[in-house]
Design a protein around this ligand. Structure first.
Ligand code: PMP
Ligand code: GLU
Length: 431
């Protein structure tokens, strides 16, 4: 007997038509697919759209993954105890603030851990700076929480200010508040200075705001001087990180989260409940490999140091070229993003029919082959002519063999051809 898919589909579509809650694909993953598609059609694309590490996975972790390929058992929901110990030591050392292994949760990427935290809170207001990474607001909506935007500007280096947070908290309301802070930032590449961070921590403490510090780019601070938010607000900061950026292993899907003891047992129990009812545990071989990745050693320190040196050099080079072309761009502190603002070219762009950041990135892709993401994808006003540029279209494996200081003209290396060509194409395209 045949089933009746026709009726099922009709009912489904009718239900969807009444439901305004659809979650469209994430802009970051979409630009990755679009760039791949254009390339597969033989078009030349400079991939500044998707934020993926250009460096190879840390070698000893790759070997450990291969050695443990036959590990087949489900592991504890919270994560392998040895891994949680390793993660706690690693972060306590590099962040200068204690992480407790008993309060570490391992998940399949920090993205799901962020979602689990937002979901685990009682009815909450999730305060999200603009610009901020594309997935926070959709996650808050998916979790049934209220997302509130706090707009930042070029003048404050795209950071929200303590005064802004204070003003928002004074508006009252008894809901739990979760403030998401991401440093070094995606899409900006920037971190708050220590004084601003301390002041933000002070406001959060005074108003009982929980801070979710997304520090996935922390070990890629170009000077190795990332200041963990938990140093200034240990009792109220939940921190997330993982292997995706500093370890070059985005596709391995391993993230970590630290929830301070001061936030109590109930929140942690709820997180474990969500983990056990959804992902169960992270792949066993990947957790074994992560035990090696999180073991600090001279080799690991060198691997991190070289990434930082190259990223700092490339990021500064790109930002300076854009600045020289009248595109205001802050010099990055860490990670691999820039957030250029084309406002100075607005009039000429309007004459070309470009009034929004989405039109700007669409035209740049069509006319120069450079893929970027519009500022609007990160919560900014669509009329603000900002874009996110991920300066990652190069083979980091070649670069990791040496420090940039070894070369007279490190930016002239053939590995960096596409980065140079991409920036040049943008600059030449400008009115
Ligand atoms: N936060 C930020 C700011 C990111 O850029 C990313 C990108 N992948 C994530 C979280 C999620 O990373 P993952 O799930 O790979 O740990
Ligand atoms: N974090 C990356 C980006 O912002 C991509 C991965 C993702 O969004 O999940 O481009």
């Amino acid at each position: 007997m045949t089933a009746c898919p026709g009726l099922a589909t009709a009912l489904l579509n009718r239900a969807y038509a009444d439901d305004l809650d659809a979650t469209p694909p994430s802009d970051t993953l979409l630009i990755n697919e679009q760039s791949r598609l254009l390339e597969s059609r033989g078009e030349r694309v400079i991939k500044f759209g998707f934020g993926q590490s250009p460096f190879p996975v840390y070698g000893p972790a790759v070997e450990a993954l291969a050695r443990h390929a036959d590990r087949k058992a489900y592991l504890p929901v919270q994560g392998l105890p040895a891994l949680r110990d390793g993660v706690a030591s690693f972060h306590s050392e590099i962040d200068g603030t204690p992480w407790q292994a008993s309060r570490v949760l391992v998940g399949p990427g920090s993205k799901l851990l962020l979602f689990a935290l937002i979901k685990a809170l009682p009815r909450a207001e999730v305060l999200i700076p603009a610009p901020a990474w594309v997935s926070y607001a959709p996650q808050a909506r998916l979790a049934g929480q209220t997302a509130v935007k706090l707009a930042a500007s070029f003048e404050t280096r795209w950071q929200i200010t303590p005064e802004q947070l204070e003003a928002h908290c004074r508006e009252g309301g008894s809901r739990t508040r979760l403030l998401i802070l991401n440093a070094p930032g995606n899409p900006t590449g920037l971190s708050p200075d220590a004084e601003t961070q301390r002041a933000l921590a002070e406001v959060a403490r005074r108003h009982g705001v929980i801070v979710l510090a997304d520090e996935i780019y922390g070990p890629l601070d170009h000077h190795g001087s990332h200041r963990a938010f938990a140093r200034d607000y240990p009792e109220g900061t939940v921190t997330t990180s993982g292997l995706s950026k500093w370890c070059g292993a985005g596709g391995w899907r391993l993230g970590v989260m630290h929830v301070p003891e001061a936030l109590g047992g109930e929140l942690f129990a709820r997180l474990l409940g969500i983990a056990s009812e959804t992902w169960s545990s992270v792949a066993s071989p990947v957790q074994e490999a992560a035990c090696v990745a999180y073991r600090m050693s001279p080799e690991l320190a060198n691997y991190l140091e070289r990434q930082r040196a190259w990223l700092g050099l490339i990021g500064h080079w790109c930002a300076e070229r854009l600045q020289a072309a009248g595109v205001r761009t802050q010099l990055p502190d860490g990670g691999f993003y820039l957030f250029p603002d084309f406002d100075a070219h607005r009039e000429a762009l309007v004459r070309r029919g470009i009034t929004t950041s989405a039109e700007l990135t669409a035209r740049l892709l069509k006319e120069t082959g450079v893929a970027l993401l519009p500022g609007s994808a990160f919560g900014c006003d669509p009329l603000q002519l900002t874009v996110r540029l991920a300066y990652v279209d190069f083979d980091g494996g070649v670069l990791l063999e040496h420090c940039p200081q070894r070369y007279d003209d490190p930016m002239g290396l053939p590995t960096l051809d596409k980065v140079r060509a991409g920036i040049q194409a943008i600059v030449e395209w400008l009115p």
